[in-house]
Each structure stands twice: as structure tokens, then as C-alpha cells.
Design a binder for this molecule. Structure first.
Ligand code: ADP
Ligand code: ZN
Ligand code: ZN
Length: 744
């Protein structure tokens, strides 16, 4: 920490580019004792007073007029020099500002300053053991409703009174009655106090796990801050490797962080960590109240919680001596923040690991193309877990050709094979999951006879259908009209399509009137914890069939599920983006990983109009390498990442004509800036974004592609410099996204 002095360097908390530099302020004599690096201050700026952060102490240039700091708002540093460096890197990398980046890094700390002190919320836990409950449940046949509540509370402890009542479909008074009798108990929610009884699992790591762990350990103890890619199939026991590696880091006196996608932060995951590390685990995720998050953050800062388990933003946790970072399911898109500061937690983690000399472990059954490419190139060290821990087989995947079904007169949602498979499960009292990939915002066109999908000849992504009858490419704006006949087979069955979960539910009710159904999609999961409740109900055997979107693909570990049906794999396969194939492979692999976790073997039925697609073939044989080989060739030939880098500039405004016009102007400016550079930078578009209107605003986009991210950044900076003056509108939103993922 630098010596304090009479002049402080301050970053003002105004996240606009023009303000993104260090200002000098005089430190009044009375404040010199208290002021320190990283403290939060109030300073005059023009006619206003604004918040700022002290980032150093130095003499200003002699000719500048210096104002005085008004007040110190927080004497304790709100960030460390390491985190300031991380903020500066974030600002540079994502074309943002240091103030914005700092806002994200210290959000848990600052938000609580303004927030009121919320008392911890209450949640309900079983007050009896599972054995006692079994007696209870069998004896009280008449008290249906109470039994339903108890079963839920056991399957899914920690729900609030209202959540529990809603999930069991009873009134709150039923829940209260159980509390009064002591069958349920009220526990105050403090994130870190949710302790689970029980001992850590004690099994021997198998040979593959042990070998992987040994490599990570060697890097840890040898102080070699390497990056590992742990490629392990679903059920291969990656989590146990993480836990052991974290334990080693702690034995070496260092700290560790494990990031999981939001949806993976299930009670099971939390339990594993808490059983292993007890009070030393801090939890950071979006479901915490500001107060809970603040408390966890402070525990981390004070060194009381050397293990952090959290989602995306936990990557900023104030660990002082980080020795290990684990990112589970590293390919997940939820690691990318899609607004404000558009960071990817994996990239931030890589930078943080560098700054603190930490080992980074990326784990996945289906690594992102970027990561696997780096691993093969030797930038990351590849570790493999090729078998399931219990020696169980991956489920068999049956691909059903929907073209054939049509030819043979079946126009329904369900193929005969899937219908039969469901019937069998119902007959045996086993459970089935029917999975419907979300259609996304765009509709593609497919020939139902030959499976042809219309694509952009320039960008190789699916064209999107518009009601006006034309087809458009959302990267380069190529347009053509919808043909009456399939250009390949001349069939008239060429049309846009998509089915929703409701439609599937209706059809299931018609076909299997006796089956008990649960549906999980954005409609049924509007209330807090709905997702968890529905899963708990399904787990406890309340339904035979669960119908849902992506939401159900992950983390589910239900032993009685022996069938997973993918209603239509094509919905993901033909999303209008170059990662559509990768997403499909990941989804199918994940979905297939859901079946056959118990003692019965599982089966997966995948319905598609494109059974010969390499992604479908590779997914059906659980062959990541095969998928990678095919996909990487396409990326290379079409010049997409990992061979190039992309950036997206999105413009949004209420008036379509204006935003279109401005997008064209910006395109020209970007083209010009690109032309002045030696290495080539392509500017694609402008084109309407797939989600062409959102919150009353029309959205147009430009996509930049080049070999180096630095040149993309330089071109965008030059293009945007002075653009506001051309536009003269305060209402135009301009968003820059480096390494965009979703591009909706
Ligand atoms: P992954 O994350 O790779 O899909 P998990 O880490 O969830 O797999 O492990 C799957 C299951 O196997 C878990 O229930 C875990 O407790 C168990 N498990 C992990 N390693 C072993 C082992 N060496 N022996 C026995 N069971 C194991
Ligand atoms: Zn056709
Ligand atoms: Zn195109």
C-alpha cells in the first residue's frame, strides 16, 4: 500500500468513458490519518459532489487546479490493489470503464450501504428424521395434505412457508399445523448457516480421478499457476476431484474458489461443500438478499471463509491469497454477463489466476470449442475422466427420423418409437422426462420431407423467417423470399415451425390420459424457487412425466427416470448463430446424462428431421472428440472462433428508421477504421438483431470479426469516437459486446 500524502488519486464513480481517468484531490489535514488506498470518498466534480475511490497518492501536475476531498465515506478499503488491477483489465478488455468494473467488483459491499438491514428470512426444515417420517407418512393415510407437505420438505428442505404451501398445493395453515407439532421447524436463513448434518463422503478416488488430482496437486505445490481442462463425461466424478484439489490448496495455506452455473448451485452441490469444509465455505449467488451477500463477503474478506462457492459474480470475491479457481461446466453460457459489464467469468478467472498465481481448473463433459482448442494447442493441460465412477453405462440414444414419420403418415408431435417408450415406462411405474428445447426468438425454415434448412450462403447460419414472408441473415443482412417448394427435393412441406411446452402437454394428455404430468417452463416457474419445487415434486414421485425446456437439462439426478425424450433436436440445431451445433451437442449430452442414474439402465429418444447431422450422430454415440473434429473444421473454413475473435455492437432506439440509419453510419465508420489497419477486420451487417424489438426499442447489430481482439477493440473505439455527436440523440443505446455468446 502506498504512503498516504497530501494529494490523493481518485477514480470518480461515474461510469462514462470521458471520466475514466484518475483525478487528483487534496487531502485536508484532518483526513490524513484516516485516508488509505481503496477507501470510498466523496469529492466535488464540477458543480456536484460524487463518490469516488482512492487508488493512490501522488503530486498533481503543477498547473492543475486542485479541489479538496469532501468526506471519507468508508475508512476501510473497499478493494485491494489486486482487485483494482483486475478492474483496470476489465475496463480495457471489455471496452468499459474502471468505475463500472469497480462497481461490479464491490457491489456486495456498496449495495448494503444503502440497503436497509433485512432480517434473515425464515425457511422450513424437517424436524424429524427420514425414518420417523416414513412411519408418519404410512400411518397418516388420511392426512393427505400433511403427507404431501412432509414429503416435499424432506425432498427439498429449506423452502419458505409460502413456497412449501404453494408447492404442495395446500394452504399455509396446513404447513403451520406441522410446525406447531414439531414435524417441521423454522430456521432463520443465513446463507452460511445452512448446515447439513452428515459426514463427508468417504470413498477412494478411482485411478482416473487420482491421476487428474495428482497433476493439479503438483501444480499447486510446485507453485505453477497452470490452467487445466478436466474433460470428464457426465457422472465421472469431477466434483470429487474439485473437492480434493480445494482441500490441498487449503493445506498449502491458500484459498480457493469454485464457480458453478446458476442452475447447478443445487442443495446437493452446497451440501457436498459444506460437509467437506463446514463453516469455511462462503456462498455467493443471486438468490441471496443484499444483507446475506454482504455478510458472506465480509467473512471472505476477514479470512473466515477461505472457500468460496458461487455463481458468475463470485469470481470477484475478495480472497486475498487465491491459490485455486475451479470452474465447473465451463462451457455454460450463464458465465457470461449479458448486460452492463459484459464479462465472461472464465476470462476474468484466467486473469485473476494470473494476478494471484493461482491454478485454474476448468471442468466439463462438453468443453467449449475455445477451451478444447487451447488444450490441444498446449495452452491448457488436458485431463480426462473417460468412465463413469460406478462403471454404469451411458444411456443408449435412439435417433428417430421425423421425415420418415411424416412419410408414413404420422404428423403428430410424437413418433411411434417415443410413444411406445413412454407407454412402457408408465406400465413399469418408472419416470420419463420430455425435453423441448426453447425455440429462442427466431423461427427457422425446414423442409419436413428432406430436412433441408435454409442457410445464409455467406455466414452459414440459419436464415430467420419473418411474417412478411422473407428470410433474413442476422449477421450480414442477406435476404431472400421464402420459396414455395424445397430447393432440394421440391416438396411443399417447407415451412417454419416450432411447438411449445403447452402443446406437448396437451398432446400427452390426449395420448396418455392416466399419466400424472408436471410442466416446467417460464410460465410455470414464475414464482421464487418454483424450479426447485417442481423438481422436488417430481423427485418425490408425484408425477410420471416431466415436460420442460432447457431448465430441466442440468443437475437433475433422479434414479427412477429411465427415459428422456427430446421432442425436437432441430430447434437448437438451427438457431441463427454459428454456435448452434455446439449448443445442440452440449444439450443432448447433458440431457442424455439425466437418464439411467439409478440401477435401471436409461434410454434417450431424440426426434429430428436431420438425423445425419454430425452433432446428432456424435451426441448419440457420446463422442465428444468426433463432434469436435467436425465442428472445428467448419469453424476454420467459415472463419469463426476459435480461429477468429468476434465483437458485436448493438444499437437500440424507439424508431426503426432512425436506428437503421445510424447503424448504417456506424457501419461505415467501422469499415473505415478497419481499412486503416494492417490485419483484416470484417464488419458484418448492419442487420436487425434476432430479437429485433425489445422493451419498445428496435435493435440493430453489427458484427466485427478479426484475428486479434485488440484490433477489434481499436476499430470499435475509433468508430464510436465522436459517433454521439453525429447521432445527436440521448436515447440511442449503444452496447459493445466483446466475445459475444448469445447474440439475441
Ligand atoms: P460429474 O460431476 O462428473 O457428473 P459427480 O462428481 O457428480 O460427477 O459424481 C457422480 C457421483 O459419483 C456422485 O454421487 C459422487 O458422490 C460419486 N462418486 C464420485 N467419485 C466416486 C468414487 N471414486 N467412488 C464412488 N463414487 C464416487
Ligand atoms: Zn426438401
Ligand atoms: Zn449472412
Amino acid at each position: 500500500m502506498s504512503e498516504t500524502g497530501s494529494y490523493a488519486e481518485v477514480i470518480v464513480d461515474i461510469p462514462v468513458r470521458e471520466m475514466d481517468h484518475v483525478f487528483h484531490y487534496a487531502v485536508p489535514a484532518g483526513m490524513r490519518e484516516d485516508i488509505c488506498f481503496g477507501c470510498y470518498v466523496l469529492v466535488p466534480l464540477g458543480a456536484r459532489q460524487v463518490n469516488g475511490y482512492v487508488v493512490g497518492f501522488s503530486e498533481p501536475a503543477p498547473d492543475v487546479r486542485i479541489k479538496e476531498i469532501v468526506a471519507i465515506k468508508d475508512k476501510e478499503p473497499v478493494f485491494s490493489p489486486d482487485l483494482l488491477e483486475l478492474a483496470r483489465w476489465l475496463a480495457e478488455y471489455y471496452l468499459s470503464t474502471t468505475a463500472r468494473a469497480l462497481q461490479w467488483i464491490i457491489a456486495p459491499r456498496l449495495r448494503i450501504r444503502n440497503g436497509k438491514k433485512k432480517a434473515g428470512t425464515m425457511s422450513l426444515w424437517p424436524g424429524i428424521t427420514a425414518e420417523e417420517a416414513a412411519v408418519f407418512l404410512s400411518k397418516r393415510k388420511r392426512a393427505h395434505r400433511q403427507a404431501a407437505v412432509m414429503r416435499l420438505a424432506l425432498a427439498c428442505p429449506g423452502l419458505s412457508r409460502r413456497e412449501l404451501a404453494a408447492a404442495a398445493d395446500v394452504s399455509c395453515s396446513t404447513v403451520d399445523a406441522l410446525v406447531a407439532r414439531g414435524w417441521l421447524k423454522n430456521v432463520e436463513n443465513h446463507a452460511h448457516k445452512r448446515h447439513f448434518a452428515g459426514l463427508p463422503q468417504t470413498f477412494q478416488l478411482n485411478d482416473e480421478q487420482a491421476a487428474a488430482l495428482q497433476e493439479i496437486e503438483a501444480a499447486l505445490s510446485g507453485n505453477r499457476p497452470e490452467t487445466f481442462l478436466l474433460h470428464g463425461i457426465t457422472g465421472s466424478g469431477k466434483t470429487s476431484v474439485y473437492l480434493e484439489a480445494i482441500a490441498r490448496a487449503m493445506e498449502l495455506g491458500r484459498q480457493a474458489m469454485a464457480l458453478v452455473p446458476e442452475i447447478a448451485l443445487t442443495p446437493q452441490m452446497v451440501r457436498l461443500f459444506q460437509e467437506r469444509f463446514g463453516e469455511r465455505v462462503a456462498l455467493l449467488h443471486s438468490k441471496l438478499t443484499d444483507r446475506e451477500r454482504y455478510d458472506e463477503w465480509r467473512r471472505i474478506e476477514r479470512g473466515e471463509a477461505p472457500v468460496v462457492l458461487g455463481t458468475r459474480s463470485a469470481v470477484f470475491a475478495p480472497l486475498a491469497d487465491l491459490g485455486l479457481i475451479v470452474i465447473d461446466e465451463e462451457h455454460e453460457t450463464s458465465y457470461k454477463q449479458e448486460d452492463h459489464l459484459r464479462y465472461h467469468a472464465r476470462d476474468v478467472a484466467e486473469k485473476r489466476a494470473k494476478l494471484s498465481g493461482a491454478v485454474l481448473v476448468l471442468g466439463s463433459a462438453t468443453p467449449s470449442l475455445e477451451s478444447y482448442h487451447k488444450a490441444l494447442a498446449g495452452d491448457y493441460r488436458l485431463l480426462k475422466l473417460g468412465g463413469r465412477v460406478d462403471g454404469r453405462k451411458l444411456p443408449g440414444v435412439r435417433v428417430v427420423d421425423l421425415r420418415q414419420e411424416l412419410q408414413e403418415g404420422n404428423r403428430g408431435i410424437f413418433s411411434r418409437a417415443l410413444k411406445t417408450a413412454i407407454e412402457e415406462r408408465l406400465g413399469k411405474g418408472e419416470q420419463a422426462i420430455l425435453f423441448l428445447n426453447r425455440r429462442g426468438f427466431a423461427t427457422f425454415v425446414v423442409c419436413r420431407e428432406c430436412g433441408l434448412v435454409l442457410k445464409c450462403p455467406r455466414c452459414d447460419i440459419s436464415l430467420t423467417y419473418h411474417i412478411s414472408g422473407h428470410l433474413r441473415c442476422h449477421y450480414c443482412n442477406y435476404v431472400e423470399t421464402l420459396p414455395d417448394f424445397c430447393p432440394k427435393c421440391k416438396s411443399r412441406y417447407i415451412r417454419h415451425f416450432g411447438v411449445g411446452t403447452q402443446k406437448v402437454e396437451e398432446e400427452v394428455r390426449l395420448l396418455f390420459p392416466r399419466a400424472r404430468l408436471l410442466r416446467m417452463d417460464s410460465d410455470t416457474t414464475a414464482y421464487k424457487n418454483a424450479h426447485r419445487d417442481i423438481l422436488a415434486r417430481f423427485c418425490s414421485g408425484e408425477a410420471d412425466i416431466l415436460i420442460g425446456t432447457q431448465m430441466i437439462a442440468k443437475g437433475l439426478d433422479i434414479h427412477r427416470v429411465t427415459l428422456v425424450g427430446v421432442i425436437n433436436a432441430d430447434a437448437t440445431l438451427h438457431m441463427p448463430e454459428f454456435r448452434a451445433g455446439e449448443r445442440t451437442f452440449q444439450l443432448l449430452t447433458q440431457v442424455a446424462g439425466r437418464a439411467g442414474r439409478g440401477e435401471w439402465p436409461g434410454e434417450v429418444v431424440v426426434q429430428t428431421y436431420c438425423p445425419e447431422h454430425y452433432c446428432i450422430i456424435a451426441a448419440s454415440s457420446h463422442d465428444y472428440e468426433q463432434f469436435y473434429e467436425s465442428e472445428i473444421k467448419i469453424r476454420r473454413s467459415m472463419n469463426y472462433p476459435p480461429f477468429t475473435r468476434l465483437a458485436r455492437v448493438l444499437l437500440a432506439h424507439e424508431r426503426q428508421d432512425l436506428v437503421k440509419q445510424w447503424a448504417a453510419i456506424l457501419a461505415e465508420r467501422l469499415q473505415q477504421a478497419a481499412g486503416e489497419r494492417q490485419e483484416s477486420v470484417d464488419v458484418l451487417g448492419p442487420a436487425p438483431a434476432p430479437l429485433s424489438r425489445l422493451k419498445e426499442k428496435y435493435r440493430w447489430q453489427l458484427i466485427l470479426r478479426g484475428t486479434f481482439a485488440d484490433s477489434l477493440r481499436a476499430v470499435i473505439k475509433t468508430g464510436l469516437d465522436g459517433f454521439e455527436k453525429v447521432v445527436k440523440s440521448r436515447d440511442l443505446l449503444v452496447h459493445v459486446d466483446i466475445d459475444p455468446l448469445g447474440m439475441s
